[in-house]
Each structure stands twice: as structure tokens, then as C-alpha cells.
Design a protein around this ligand. Structure first.
Ligand code: SDX
Length: 426
């Protein structure tokens, strides 16, 4: 960070306030307002943080106007094409892509943490059998806090790394168990002979009576989906993890908070909502009816999978997922999948509509991810759980980056009070 200049706040009281303007390595400069309240008694006001940088970070960069997404400087298109999810996890956590030795060691380390403590396995039975997998994920990931007390000192970098690795490794096991519990099938334990994505498919679809043999096309497509969802700067769930972590809460509790936030339909829950929307639309003849609803100010209906706080151009992940959709559907002989055709037509119509054009509403990562996952045989109720499984590496990387910064403080925003002024009880 370097100071680039000074912003002057002139309240007309003859005592203008000078605030440093700071540059990072890419993206917008920032006005450093850390001393604004002390100097002026004023707060800034930014509900939804439309113009607020909550922290500095070296992990992910997004240019919403150009549709650029970089993990540690590497374009998402290149990572999704040339790397696997484990290499991307190593990159996000360590800042560099692993060499072959580092990658092999990382794979082995992750595989050594894929199982859950047996007492935790019994925790699942406390849930209603039809519990949504995200409800189970919030509960079980939070319950990990009751274990691993020997490595819970967040000021110790080795403990932080140990917790991060445990979370990356155990989320697939927990997600798959949440699914098995929901459908009444026995849990399938991890198999360390398989890759990360193959192992998840194995835990999802194998039964004690019949082993699932991961189709390499499906495993590769899932791996790409995980890469595309791994991190995304200071989105709502990552900000939740950072805020929870800023109080010194343990990493398992922080990730549980992130999962809870991701579940919302405005955020990670949009992929499940988008597929349900496409199934509700059902036929291209009904697209106009739904476009009309989405444009109606008196109707809070929104097209799921469209729009983004940052991307005012195509979400590069949506483009890559549309390409993956084509590949997977063709590979699986589903090229005439009616839902994919419906999605393509919906995208075409929306992108030609003035309402969407003027508001720069483009398909986001959630628009195609549901269709791809459905083509892979993944049930709709698992879409957001898979998003959480992928985003765990981003969450733990961002959490660790914050905690390892000796200057970090507890996050404590202020407010503009508009309530009743002081009064006495009669
Ligand atoms: C993710 O932040 C991240 O990086 C998130 C994410 C990640 O990887 O972590 O990218 C993942 O969450 C992607 C977004 C998934 N959500 C959806 O697809 C749900 C549908 N989208 C919207 O709810 C909305 O677009 C948001 C929440 C994504 C963004 O909302 P903003 O930035 O607060 O924008 P807004 O609500 O102020 O909308 C601006 C205008 C409004 O119209 P006007 O008041 O100006 O007339 O656009 C309209 C909105 O009504 N609008 C939509 C719309 N999205 C915005 N109208 C119809 N359909 C939509 N989908």
C-alpha cells in the first residue's frame, strides 16, 4: 500500500480535514478514513458497503467492469483450465502454485484429515431426517469446535494451518453425510485412493451394496466447479467469516457462520433457487411472464442467477460454467437438455431487454452452476452445500490472512441513529 495523495473534506467550518488516498497494486484507490471520526466526529454512511473497502487483501482480485477474476494474480480462466482444485487450494492458502513435490505432500495431508471423529458422526442423528443439507452443515461444522482443542490457538500459525487443512478436508465428508442422512442411506466413508472430487462423488453416490465408479468427465467437471467457487474477494459470507474471526472466535465457528450467510438466496443459495426457477418456468413460452415479474417494481421477484454487486459485465465464472455445461451435456448425451436450452433462451432474452441492460444485470456464477450440477447427477438440495465446500478454502485463506496481520482489530461498525431521542420513563 502506498499513499497516492490526499482527499480534503471541507465542511465549510474553515477547518478542512485531510485524509490520505492509498493505492494498492490493482483496482480502485481508497480514502483512508480511519482517523475521520477522531478528526471530525463524523461517521461515513454506507449500508450494504457499496463504496467501502473493509480490509486490504493479497488473495483475490475482481474487476467487475472488465469481468476479471484473479486468484493470487492468476486469471480464473487459466486456473480452471490448467489446474485442479487441490492446486488452487494450495495457491489460495500459500500465495504460489505448488511444485510437484508440494502438490503431492498437500494431497496426502488433506487425505489424512478427511474422516470425522466418530462421536461427531452420531451428531447427525439429532437432525430431522428431511433437514436441508445446509442446516446440517451449519450445525456439524460449528460442532467441530468441540474437538481439536490441542490446535485451537489462533495466534499460532501452525494451529491456523492445521484448522484450515482440517476444514478443507472434512467439508466434503460432512456435505456428503448430510446428503446421505437426507435420503436415508448409510454414510460412506472417504476413500483416500481417490482424488478430492472423485472422493466426494464416491461419498455421495456409493452405497455399501454398490461402489460408485467416478466418471472422469463428471469428476473433472466437479473439480472445475470447485475451482470457480473457491474464493471471491469480500463477498457477504467471506465478510461474515472475517467479522466473526475478528473477535478471536475459533475457525470452525467462523466457517459455520460463513455457511449460514452463504445459504441465503441472494448469495450462494441462488444456484438452488435458479434451478427451481428454471423448472418453474418450464417452457420458453413462459419466459416473458417471468421477465415481466422480475421487472415489476411492485413485485420483489428477481431472476435468480442474474445480477451481481461487483460484476457489471459478464461474470467470468458464468462463462466458464456455460462452457462446462456444453461439454458435460454433450459428453453425457444430454445436449438436448430442455433446462439448458431454456437457460440459454432466458439469458438471450434478458440480455436484449433494456431493463437488464440499463442495470448491467448479467448471468452470475449461480446461473449455470445448477444446470451443470444437475447434469452431473447432483441433487438440487446439494448445490449450495457444494458451493460451501468449495468456498471453505477461500474463507480459511481470508480468515488466516486477517488473523496473521498483527494490526487486525475486532470489527465494530457504527450507525446513523434515527430512533427516539432521549426521554424519561414517566
Ligand atoms: C453470489 O458478492 C459476491 O461476490 C457473491 C458471489 C460469490 O462468489 O461470493 O459472486 C456469489 O452471491 C452471486 C449472486 C447470486 N444471487 C443471485 O443471483 C440472486 C439474484 N440477484 C440479486 O438479488 C442481486 O443482483 C444481487 C443480490 C446479486 C446484487 O444486488 P445489489 O448489488 O444490491 O443490486 P440491487 O439489489 O441494488 O439491484 C440494482 C437494480 C435494482 O433495480 P432498481 O431499484 O435500480 O430499479 O437491479 C435490480 C434491482 O431491482 N436487480 C434485479 C436483479 N438483480 C438486481 N432485477 C431483477 N432480477 C435480478 N436478479
Amino acid at each position: 500500500m502506498t499513499q497516492k495523495g490526499t482527499a480534503i473534506l471541507d465542511m465549510g467550518d474553515g477547518a478542512p480535514i485531510e485524509l490520505p488516498v492509498i493505492s494498492g497494486t490493482m483496482g480502485p484507490d481508497v480514502i483512508d478514513i480511519r482517523k475521520l471520526h477522531a478528526k471530525s466526529g463524523l461517521f461515513t454512511y454506507d449500508p450494504g458497503f457499496l463504496s467501502t473497502a473493509s480490509n486490504s487483501s493479497e488473495i483475490t482480485f475482481i474487476d467487475g467492469d472488465k469481468g476479471i477474476l484473479l486468484y493470487r494474480g492468476y486469471p480464473i480462466e487459466q486456473l480452471a483450465t490448467h489446474c485442479d482444485f487441490m492446486q488452487v487450494c494450495y495457491l489460495l492458502m500459500n500465495g504460489e502454485l505448488p511444485d510437484n513435490k508440494q502438490k503431492n505432500e498437500f494431497d496426502i495431508t488433506i487425505k489424512s484429515h478427511t474422516m470425522l471423529h466418530e462421536q461427531l458422526v452420531r451428531f447427525f442423528t439429532g437432525f430431522r431426517r428431511d433437514a436441508h443439507p445446509m442446516a446440517v452443515m451449519v450445525g456439524v461444522v460449528g460442532a467441530l469446535s468441540a474437538f481439536y482443542h490441542e490446535a485451537m490457538d489462533i495466534s499460532d500459525a501452525s494451529h491456523r494451518e492445521q484448522s484450515a487443512l482440517r476444514l478443507i478436508a472434512k467439508l466434503p465428508t460432512i456435505a456428503a453425510m448430510a446428503y446421505k442422512y437426507n435420503i436415508g442411506q448409510p454414510f460412506i466413508y472417504p476413500c483416500n485412493d481417490l482424488s478430492f472430487s472423485e472422493n466426494f462423488l464416491h461419498m455421495m453416490f456409493s452405497t455399501p451394496a454398490e461402489l460408485y465408479k467416478p466418471n472422469p468427465v463428471i469428476a473433472r467437471a466437479l473439480d472445475r466447479i470447485l475451482i470457480l467457487h473457491a474464493d471471491h474477494e469480500q463477498n457477504a459470507s467471506t465478510s461474515t467469516v472475517r467479522l466473526a474471526g475478528s473477535s478471536g472466535a475459533n475457525p470452525f465457528a467462523c466457517i459455520s457462520a460463513g455457511i449460514a450467510c452463504l445459504w441465503g438466496p441472494a448469495h450462494g443459495g441462488a444456484n438452488e433457487a435458479c434451478l427451481n426457477m428454471l423448472e418453474e418456468i418450464g417452457d420458453v413460452s413462459r419466459i416473458d411472464e417471468y421477465i415481466k415479474r422480475a421487472k415489476n417494481k411492485d413485485d420483489n421477484y428477481r431472476l435468480m442467477g442474474f445480477g451481481h454487486r461487483v460484476y457489471k459485465n459478464f461474470d467470468p465464472r458464468a462463462m466458464l460454467l456455460r462452457e462446462t455445461c456444453h461439454e458435460v451435456l454433450n459428453e453425457l448425451g444430454l445436449q438436448n437438455d430442455p433446462l439448458f436450452k431454456l437457460a440459454l433462451q432466458l439469458e438471450k432474452i434478458a440480455l436484449e431487454d433494456e431493463y437488464f441492460i440499463s442495470r448491467k444485470l448479467y448471468p452470475n456464477v449461480d446461473f449455470y452452476s445448477g444446470i451443470v450440477q444437475r447434469a452431473l447427477g447432483i441433487p438440487t438440495i446439494m448445490f449450495t452445500a457444494i458451493f460451501a465446500m468449495a468456498r471453505t478454502v477461500g474463507w480459511v485463506a481470508q480468515w488466516s490472512e486477517m488473523i496473521s496481520d498483527p494490526t487486525y482489530k475486532i470489527g465494530r461498525p457504527r450507525q446513523l441513529y434515527t430512533g427516539t431521542t432521549m426521554r424519561d420513563v414517566p
